[in-house]
Design a protein around this ligand. Structure first.
Ligand SMILES: Cc1cc2nc3c(=O)[nH]c(=O)nc-3n(C[C@H](O)[C@H](O)[C@H](O)COP(=O)(O)OP(=O)(O)OC[C@H]3O[C@@H](n4cnc5c(N)ncnc54)[C@H](O)[C@@H]3O)c2cc1C
Length: 413
């Protein structure tokens, strides 16, 4: 029987980072992962350059960039290990990076640099801690015992392991083809830890039926738009690129809104967020000799205009002959386009999973669950960030909180 202080299940972003920090605290750590390639999501993230954090995260106000039943839960971890801490670490490894728009930080060269950094952090130093990794290794089962002392015994394809603490860092359900499984949720259930409902997020939305039929043929068309969900105080809007696909809509604005969307919800799209359209159309009605469609080309792609105007004879006239009522209805349609998505493109295409391990059953200081010695970190927890580096920062911060908590717990024993 192999014995160690801590087993971390999952050698992804959170698991590897937690292993490094824990060994620097003098702990002996075993990381287990069933997928043959290391940290594959880090490798493919940010188009291969990894958007590893975001300079605009406000740790005091996690609800601004994170969703979940209680985004405030993330405050403690995000405040104690901030984006700046991670940036300092990246700099200390001489990894060149740059800021894209909205505070998004990317590696200049490759996400591989980040993986090498995570591995180097796992190398034994003066602390005498150590990290071993069993990969690929199938996890079979785990049992808890408190005799003669509190510990977990795991059965794996590489043998049995005994540890004082088990950290579940197995991520969410998105992209099963590169190793995602629901093992974290199964383990939570085994130890009576509550779960919140999961669904694919940062994912394209699918559309169909008669209201989408005129736009079906526009696949590939991209434009700046405002996409909104909810009403009044709960309304959230993203101004970014919107892409029409052969299944519905995608692009950053759609991915962001998908974090908030639930089956049956409508979304609103403003196709001209920077244009006060109606007064401009009314002014043009007095002056222009062109058709309404022609005038709209000032602001929108021709194909999109025709998808709107071709099915309504009231919008197919010259500006002078178009009634004010018709202009009002068109301006409303373009500025408050209401759509009912039929669904999402699912976990195959989702960047993350919304929902997961219920934060009510976790300590926000240490990420330990109400089951002694059992911790959950990263995406498996019901904290999901916006597109733009927020999810990795949650992985780093929750992993750090956990590693420090482990050091305290295990030193006490
Ligand atoms: C295409 C894509 C691009 C992304 N780009 C970005 C980005 O640029 N910025 C950003 O912030 N976020 C990005 N994300 C999200 C980000 O990758 C995740 O939020 C982050 O990786 C979560 O870290 P984690 O350690 O919790 O889970 P993961 O990194 O998913 O790691 C989980 C690990 O657990 C292992 N595992 C799963 N099941 C088992 C099992 N049964 N037995 C053993 N091991 C198991 C997996 O093999 C995996 O190695 C992207 C996601 C995708 C899919």
């Amino acid at each position: 029987m192999f014995k160690t202080d801590v087993v971390i299940l999952g050698a992804g972003a959170a698991g590897l980072f937690c292993a490094g920090v824990a060994q620097q605290q003098g702990l002996k750590v075993l990381v287990i992962d069933h997928y043959p390639k290391l940290a594959e999501k880090v490798r493919i993230s940010g188009g291969g350059r990894s958007n590893f954090t975001n300079a605009q995260i406000d740790p005091q106000m996690p609800h601004r960039h994170y969703v979940g039943q209680n985004p405030q839960f993330a405050r403690s971890a995000l405040s104690r290990y901030t984006a700046q801490h991670f940036v300092d670490l990246v700099k200390s490894h001489n990894i060149a990076f740059h800021e894209k728009h909205l505070g998004q930080l990317f590696c200049d060269r490759s996400a591989e640099d980040l993986i090498q950094m995570l591995l180097k952090e796992c190398e034994t130093g003066a602390s005498c801690g150590e990290v071993q990794r069993w990969q690929p290794c199938e996890f079979h089962s785990v049992a808890y015992s408190d005799a003669p002392h509190s510990h977990y015994t795991l059965q794996t394809s590489m043998g049995s392991v005994e540890c004082q603490a088990l950290v579940v860092a197995s991520g969410g359900l998105s992209i099963p083809a590169i190793g995602a499984t629901g093992i974290g949720y199964t383990l939570a259930q085994q130890f009576s830890i509550r779960l919140t409902p999961t669904q694919p997020a940062l994912v394209p939305l699918t559309l169909g039926g008669p209201e989408w039929a005129p736009f079906d043929a526009l696949s590939g068309l991209s434009l700046k738009a405002s996409v909104s969900h909810g009403v009044a105080k709960k309304k959230i809007t993203f101004d970014d690129d919107l892409l029409i696909t052969h299944k519905g809509i995608s692009g950053p604005a759609t991915l962001q809104i998908s974090n908030y969307w639930h089956a049956g919800d409508r979304i609103q799209i403003d196709l001209l967020p920077e244009v006060d359209l109606l007064p401009q159309l009314i002014a043009l009605k007095q002056q222009s000799k062109k058709t309404l469609s022609n005038e709209l080309t000032t602001w929108l792609p021709n194909r999109l205009i025709h998808a709107w105007t071709d099915h309504n004879p009231l919008w197919q006239k010259s500006m002078a002959d178009t009634s004010q009522k018709a202009l009002e209805s068109l301006a409303l349609a373009l500025k408050q386009w209401s759509l009912l998505p039929s669904g999402t493109e699912g976990y195959k295409k989702a960047e993350v999973t919304v929902g997961g391990v219920d934060t009510r059953d976790l300590s926000q200081q240490t990420m330990e669950s109400k089951k002694k010695g059992l911790y959950f970190i990263g995406e498996v927890v019901d904290i999901t960030g916006w597109l733009g580096g927020y999810n990795f920062q949650w992985a780093w911060s929750s992993a750090h909180a956990c590693a420090m908590g482990l050091a305290n717990q295990i030193k006490r024993l």
